[in-house]
Structure formats: structure tokens, C-alpha cells
Design a protein around this ligand. Sequence first.
Ligand code: RTP
Length: 155
Amino acid sequence: LVASLEQVEQTYIMVKPDGVQRGLVGEIISRFERKGFKLTGLKLFQCHKELAEEHYKDLKTKSFYPTLIDYITSGPVVCMVWEGVGVVASARKLIGSTNPLQAEPGTIRGDLAVQTGRNVVHGSDSPENGKRETALWFKEGELCEWTPAQAPWLM
Ligand code: RTP
């Protein structure tokens, strides 16, 4: 029942500006909490252009890249790190397909969004990117390692 340290992954989850503007922050955090993952980082943050460009550097050649950078920097985002066994793939399932019209009902995007360009939340796509993005968005000392006191069976 106790996960070994090597099995524990980290994922970077971000409520995008539209999610913040629409008042969906609590709803989105709640879905990860209820699933049973552990929150180790959380902040409201106004993302600057350089950071957005570094985060999405793999998409630099895409036609939608400039629009994407404008979108992500258009207002504050909520940055989070969640930990757990299998958290990266599980978070992507909870979030749903990139195009909200194709996302299954029950997923965050399936329930709460319509447009790909306004899809309310980001989640790392691999354990490696989970680490990379955590290091990009959070400074050392901003993360909090803690042991849940009451429900270790959820970890
Ligand atoms: P994310 O990184 O935000 O979790 O999204 P994702 O993996 O589901 O999708 P990805 O292909 O990495 O694209 C990143 C974000 O770019 C915007 N996008 N717009 N055709 C378009 O207009 C288009 N395609 C992607 C979305 O906001 C997507 O989440």
C-alpha cells in the first residue's frame, strides 16, 4: 500500500486565464483533491511572455503559437503541483481531450469548456515534463513536502 519514492510522480497543473476569469479555480482544484492526489504547490501568478514561450517552446512552429502566448499571458493563472503514483496520466484523463468538444463528459474540459483556444486547464504530458514544468513555474522553497495526517490510504 505504501508507494516507493521512485513511483511517485509530479505533475504541473495550471488553471489558465479563462478558468480564473470564469471562477472555476475551486472546481478544478476540487477534482484533483477528491481523486486523492497530494497538492505540493499552489499560487496565483501573472505569467510573463518569456515564461509562456519557454513553457510552450515545443509548439513554437505551430500557427496558433502567438495566439496561445497571448492567451496564457492575458491574465493571472493558478499554478499547481500535484504528486502521486500515476498522477501524470491520471491528471490528463481528469482534464480530457485538448478540444473540449471531443472531451468526454465528466472530464474538466468535457464539462466546463467549448473551445480549444479556451480550454481552462493545462496538465503535463509526461513525468519528465512534470518535473521540467514544476522547475520552470516554481522557485525552490515554494513547494511544500508534507505527509497527510488522516488518510494515508488515499496516497
Ligand atoms: P496543455 O498543454 O494546455 O495541457 O494542452 P494539450 O497538451 O492538451 O495540448 P497541446 O497540443 O500541447 O497544445 C497546448 C495548448 O495550445 C492550445 N491549442 N490551440 N488548434 C489550435 O488552435 C490549438 N491547438 C492547441 C490549447 O490551449 C492547448 O491546450
